[in-house]
Design a protein around this ligand. Structure first.
Ligand code: PRP
Length: 211
């Protein structure tokens, strides 16, 4: 019986970078580089199985043990607080969680602030810490449109290059949480596969030292 290590990779450019880091760590899987629509790849020689999942779903696979390890953004970990081990900051996929608004925005603290966001829990705890009354408007994407159309006063969203804000005439009010990709592991599976997982963690740590 094979003792495969199951790895959930976030689909997209970040995931490809992460795969190459795992390859360097001694877990290659050449089939993954073929350009097709397959989602699961395995290499029996080194007993590894990779699967591509939506970046925001990685933590779910890991929390429930369908994946032993995975790579998820700190934004997702803060928002959903999955019950997983956070083993390492990979120092890639860097961006910030920020409050943004129209350039003429003035905060009137006597009234409730309307906040549009995908990150409801992050926004709630940020404003709770300031004792600020807010109403959350939960959106699934294109958050930047909300203040332009008067749907909200501000947004809480990820800023990477700042291009999306700029092209929609919004400005950063405050960057309050640095984000980057994290190596996470399922708590129970970590015990059974600690040798493989430790090997990966050590190698990835060495690789991030050079970033
Ligand atoms: C994210 C985020 C911003 C944008 C920031 O959106 O929600 O809209 O990237 O990047 P920038 O600062 O480099 O412009 P994503 O591409 O995930 O799409 P979404 O609208 O579905 O959230």
């Amino acid at each position: 019986m094979k003792n495969y290590l199951n790895v959930a990779l976030p689909k997209g450019r970040l995931g490809e970078k992460v795969y190459y880091m795992f390859e360097k760590a001694g877990f290659p899987c050449p089939a993954i580089k073929e350009n097709n629509r397959k989602l699961i790849f395995e290499n029996p020689e080194v007993e590894v199985r990779y699967f591509w999942v939506k970046p925001s779903d990685v933590a779910i696979y890991v929390e429930r043990g369908a994946a032993d390890v995975g790579v998820a953004g700190k934004d997702i970990l803060l928002e959903y607080s999955p019950d997983v081990y956070e083993l390492l900051d990979l120092k890639i996929g860097k961006c910030d969680m920020a409050v943004a608004a129209k350039a003429d925005f003035k905060d009137d603290r006597s009234r409730t602030l309307n906040v549009a966001t995908k990150f409801t829990n992050i926004a709630k705890s940020y404003y709770a810490a300031q004792g600020r009354d807010i109403d959350i408007i939960h959106l699934n994407g294109s958050i930047e449109i909300a203040p332009i159309l008067g749907l909200s006063d501000v947004i809480v969203d990820i800023v990477e290059t700042g291009t999306t804000l700029k092209e929609n005439n919004l400005i950063v009010v405050e960057k309050f949480q640095p984000i980057s990709a994290r190596l996470i592991a399922n708590k129970a599976n970590f015990k059974f596969k600690s040798e493989q997982i430790e090997k990966i963690r050590r190698s990835l740590f060495e690789q991030t030292e050079n970033i």
